[in-house]
Design a protein around this ligand. Structure first.
Ligand code: GUN
Length: 292
């Protein structure tokens, strides 16, 4: 079993980005600038956004964090997004999800200018991705593709089973793995909460990508011997023996599943770290105006 080491890969990619920034600086070009909008005080969202800002600093990007109270109106937030669309200093920006219930996620995403939508959530970017045209690929799926690529895992002709159909991970992942692309060409099955007899499908997976947000849901009996297992889940479970008072677990019961796998991602230290660097890579593409 080989561990897909997100820590090592993300450090490699950060070093590459840092190098790019130095080249840009040497030529007097514009330093990539990522902005993030955070609404409210959700603990997990706060952690993710801080990690995005910190990673910008590490590679030498500029970053801006805009925070708003939970009570901000939808219209006020849309106005802030318009300002970011029009601000030439900001190359790309994200609005951290989830949003408070009174704000429409759809309206927010559709207000972001596609050329600055480094999360790749705008319908224009999703449509372009589905058509295999140049587009921002959502950060988590992009990170997973890069893991498969850098570990030289063959995907062509393989059966890829994706569990979870979220807009952020499962749905775009299923499209990407089926595309005619170097990392793709899979036969894809997309499973979700209404799937009957889930194990029947997961047991058939050469590549299993699990993104349903249920801690330690996938057990050894659900896996085919030699499978590649990608665990996207990140859940904090209360743990009094830990200094932080919690421990992080994935959607896969790692200890019993790992021995059956050819490759598996750990949690933490797997996909999560790749998500952050992929967002930075999209920001670099935005700054260089590669797609738009
Ligand atoms: N919430 C969970 N993951 C993401 C992400 O990749 N981007 C944004 N904007 N919000 C998220």
């Amino acid at each position: 079993m080989i561990l897909l080491d997100g820590k090592k890969l993300s450090a490699e990619i950060k070093a590459e980005l840092k190098n790019e920034v130095e080249n840009i600086r040497a030529k007097g070009g514009k330093i990539p600038h990522l902005a993030a909008i955070l609404v409210g005080n959700d603990g997990a969202s706060e952690t993710y956004v801080k990690s995005k800002v910190k990673s910008c600093e590490e590679v030498g990007f500029s970053s801006t964090l805009l925070r708003f109270e939970e009570s901000i109106s939808e219209q006020e937030l849309l106005t802030e997004i318009q300002k970011m669309n029009e601000n030439p200093d900001i190359d790309g920006f994200i609005v951290q999800l989830p949003l408070p219930k009174h704000i429409s996620e759809t309206k927010v995403i559709e207000t972001i200018a596609p050329e600055k939508d480094v999360d790749g959530f705008h319908p224009i970017n999703i449509g372009r991705m589905a058509k295999n045209l140049p587009a921002y690929i959502p950060a988590t799926p992009f990170g997973i593709l890069q893991m498969l690529e850098r570990y030289k895992i063959e995907t062509t002709g393989k059966h890829c089973v994706v569990v979870g159909r979220s807009n952020i991970v499962g749905s775009p992942m299923s499209i990407l793995m089926a595309r005619n692309a170097p990392i793709g060409n899979c036969t894809v099955t997309l499973c979700h909460s209404k799937t009957k007899d889930l194990s029947k499908f997961t047991q058939e997976a050469d590549i299993l990508i699990v993104a349903l947000g249920k801690p330690e849901f996938v057990t050894a009996n659900m896996i085919k011997e030699g499978a590649v297992v990608i665990d996207v889940g990140i859940t904090r479970l209360p743990d009094e023996s830990s200094a932080k008072g919690y421990r992080i677990v994935g959607d896969v019961k790692f200890d019993e599943v790992a021995p059956k796998c050819s490759y598996i991602t750990p949690v933490p230290g797997g996909v999560g770290l790749m998500t952050v660097v992929s967002l930075l890579q999209n920001t670099l593409l935005a700054a260089k105006k590669i797609f738009y």
